[in-house]
Design a protein around this ligand. Structure first.
Ligand SMILES: [Zn+2]
Ligand SMILES: [Zn+2]
Length: 313
């Protein structure tokens, strides 16, 4: 008697795993999300006039916004999630560290969540679709809030081993996930350290902490979240997609080109999201610099034919 060879048992990983959040964690989320953002609006003109915001703060803010922002767009998103180019090891590590400074999520959770977003975009299973509750204005208002920030309060998260097994097994990257707390501390404490040393004052450290740590993180969060909320509702449809992703021009500069989100969903591995004439894409420019320096290679640049085949007719 012969027996059929048994197929290796599939270790099917579930889509999501439980992660109950305590009341304190929910309160902290609200505090980190709402308070700094409201503070920006109210404080900028007052602070400048009062001398509580100066050029040193602006410079540290800009450096940390650009480094952590490009860490997310070039690193977490275009490189780690979608593999739109290959990177030499030092660049790979630098991109992982820079993106972690954004405090958006650990690198593994960010990539896992975003890969699930692409798999189910605007359908059941999408972690943050604004269309989750329906199409009428009330459902969409609720959905926009959910897609922007509400989804972060979920008691579930995307399964890491299922959606980011490459990073879970990566000995350079996995420690950035495990020791995320230290990267959070670095992102919060480096600006006041620099501000304090440059101005040689505790006051300089304090203002740098406020502007270049708190305000900078808050602003980048809202810009990133806007890709999930605004860019799946408003804007132009220029390419054929099965979801509601759209191109939003006014977010192109603060989001470093990520708001050309319609093309991105039409062609997720493309290294350039702003691929049409006049569409500014600073992240693509930086990838081009990395390519010229020899740090990045096998970059998936868009071709005329490929773009044309995806254009809305
Ligand atoms: Zn999307
Ligand atoms: Zn993506």
């Amino acid at each position: 008697m012969t027996t059929a060879p048994s197929s290796p048992a599939k270790t099917a990983q579930p889509e999501i795993e439980p992660e109950p959040k305590s009341a304190l964690e929910r309160v902290l989320l609200v505090v980190f999300v709402v308070v700094p953002f409201l503070a920006v609006l109210a404080a900028v003109p007052l602070a400048w006039a009062a001398g509580w915001l100066g050029w040193v703060d602006v410079a540290i803010f800009a450096v940390f916004y650009i480094v952590s922002g490009l860490g997310v767009t070039v690193g977490f998103h275009r490189y780690f999630t979608h593999g739109s180019f290959k990177a030499k090891r030092p660049l790979r590590i630098a991109l992982g560290l820079a993106g972690s400074l954004s405090l958006e999520m650990t690198i593994i959770d960010w990539v896992a969540t975003h890969r699930r977003h692409h798999k189910y975009s605007d359908a059941a299973g999408d972690p943050h679709s604004p269309w989750r509750f329906g199409n009428d204005w009330k459902a969409l208002t609720k959905g926009l809030f959910f897609a922007h920030v509400g989804w972060l309060f979920s008691n579930e998260r995307t399964n890491r081993k299922r959606y980011a097994p490459d990073l879970v097994a990566d000995r350079d990257i996995e420690p950035m996930h495990r020791h995320f707390t230290w990267l959070v501390a670095a992102s919060m404490l480096l600006p006041p350290l620099i501000g304090g040393l440059v101005t040689w004052s505790w006051f300089g450290a304090l203002t740098a902490f406020f502007w270049a740590s708190l305000v900078r993180v808050s602003l980048l969060h809202h810009v990133t979240w806007s890709i999930n909320s605004v860019c799946h509702v408003f804007g132009e449809k220029q390419f054929t997609v099965r979801d509601k992703s759209r191109n939003v021009w006014w977010l192109a500069i603060p989001s470093f080109g990520e708001s050309w989100h319609n093309l991105h969903h039409a062609d997720p591995t493309c290294a350039r999201h702003g691929a049409l004439r006049g569409q500014l894409d600073p992240s693509a420019r930086v990838i081009r610099w990395f390519e010229k320096l020899g740090w990045a290679y096998d970059v998936r640049w868009p071709s005329e034919q490929r773009l044309a085949s995806k254009r809305v007719s």
